[in-house]
Ligand binder design. Structure first.
Ligand SMILES: Nc1nc2c(ncn2[C@@H]2O[C@H](COP(=O)(O)OP(=O)(O)OP(=O)(O)O)[C@@H](O)[C@H]2O)c(=O)[nH]1
Length: 392
């Protein structure tokens, strides 16, 4: 199956909510039109298009979230990361409805029924409501709807045409934030991983460690969530699986001191990456802030440029709450990028669009399952197509 197919399958709940919603919006007040279409034999056959060849390639390119080619300076973090998306979308209005030349000549054409609805205020309102229900947030939904309406008000649109327009809008918003975790020449590169409990920090660290390890990088993990024995055990399992050392400390002990030891070990071993897990919940926000600040202070004794990345892990199933988490953790730590987990099995995938639109923070990867390969680089076009249910 193509990568797109897989992602669409994983994002099934989000995409079917949008797909079903768009269909009923168009059907509600739309009119069935007869569209003349050329029969397949009347159109030139695309001779050399083995269905899965290019798709398999796509799967290769995006199946891993890590690593990216090295860049020499931390400032280079701003370099564009994700591959620019492939072919531009066809203008929806021009989508095939005319018979081909031979079709017309030979009279070989058939009619198909397509429902189209005039884009009016009512329809725009319904569209906006649907986007809000998909967790895009009011502001983003309003902007996206307005952009879709621009120059098309009063025109008739089919479900496929709206899906395509929506996918273009989503991809346009997501494009600037699709940036894989930058890899620096300076080692060890320290990646501090923050987020609320249960957001998927531990799993994401495990997946990242495995993927970097598989790419030939040496990795050290610090199990800094010393409040939760289960998190430490989970990391140990990932570490064993990936052949990555996991530094642990007794339950309830100071994570900053563990982070310092981990820095020492990572330096001594010439490790490329040090991934530091942190606790997501303390007594109160001030405690959490102090704990994160202490970890940062301590590792800066070893390397004043560390941490080189502060990753905020967000759980997509929390929907709009993810926006609050970005604001909160933005104040607690200097968040440099996001990982959105659990996009599989949620109808709230639209929250990623709201996040990109509101904060513009890089989205380094998305989690679409519990296996190693289920942490994937974020591809805006694929995501937009999968989210809107647009066929590949
Ligand atoms: N379906 C799915 N489950 C995920 C994904 N990422 C993580 N999980 C699951 O979410 C649960 C919580 O993940 P953890 O990695 O333990 O989350 P955490 O943020 O470390 O939580 P604490 O250890 O409590 O701080 C686990 O059952 C994971 O297997 C994902 O992308 N998809």
């Amino acid at each position: 199956m193509s990568f797109f197919g897989k992602l669409k399958q994983r994002l099934m709940k989000s995409s079917s909510r949008l797909e079903d919603g768009l269909e009923s919006i168009v059907e509600d007040g739309g009119e069935v039109e007869e569209v003349v279409e050329a029969t397949p034999e009347a159109q030139p056959e695309p001779q050399s298009a083995p269905a899965d060849e290019p798709e398999e390639q796509g799967a290769e390119e995006v199946s891993e979230a890590a690593p990216e080619p090295e860049v020499s300076e931390p400032e280079a973090a701003e370099q564009p990361a994700a591959e620019p998306a492939a072919a531009p979308e066809p203008e929806p209005e021009q989508q095939a409805s005319k018979p081909g030349f031979f079709g017309r000549l030979m009279g070989r054409s058939e009619t198909k029924q397509v429902t189209r609805r005039v884009l009016d205020d009512d329809m725009l309102e319904q569209l906006e409501e649907l986007l809000i229900a998909s967790d895009m947030g009011v502001e983003t939904a309003t902007r996206v709807t307005a952009n879709i309406a621009e120059g098309r008000f009063g025109k008739k649109l089919s479900t496929d045409e709206i899906k395509s327009l929506l996918a273009q809008e989503v991809a346009r918003i997501m494009e600037p934030v699709a940036k894989p975790l930058p890899i620096y020449a300076k080692t060890p590169q320290v990646v501090l991983v923050v987020g609320v409990n249960g957001s998927g920090k531990t799993t994401t660290i495990g997946k990242l460690a495995s993927q970097f390890r598989a790419a030939g990088k040496s990795v050290v993990i610090a199990a800094g969530d010393t409040f939760r024995a289960a998190a430490v055990e989970q990391l140990q399992v990932w570490g064993e699986r990936a052949g990555v050392p996991v530094l642990t400390a007794p339950e309830g002990s100071d994570p900053a001191s563990l982070a310092f030891d981990a820095m020492t070990k990572a330096e001594a071993e010439g490790a490329d990456l040090l991934l530091i897990d942190t606790a997501g919940r303390l007594q109160n926000r001030a405690d959490l802030m102090e704990e994160l600040a202490k970890i940062v202070r301590v590792i800066r004794k070893k390397d004043e440029t560390a941490p080189h990345n502060t990753l905020l892990v967000l759980d997509a199933t929390t929907g709009q709450n993810a926006l609050n988490q970005v604001s909160t953790f933005g104040e607690l730590a200097d968040v440099s990028g996001l990982v959105m987990t659990k996009l599989d099995g949620t109808a709230k995938g639209g929250v990623l669009v709201a996040l990109a639109d509101r904060f513009g923070l890089p989205i380094h990867a998305i989690g679409v399952g519990e296996q190693i390969d289920d942490l994937q680089a974020f591809d805006p076009e694929e995501f937009a197509k999968a989210l809107t249910g647009l066929d590949a």
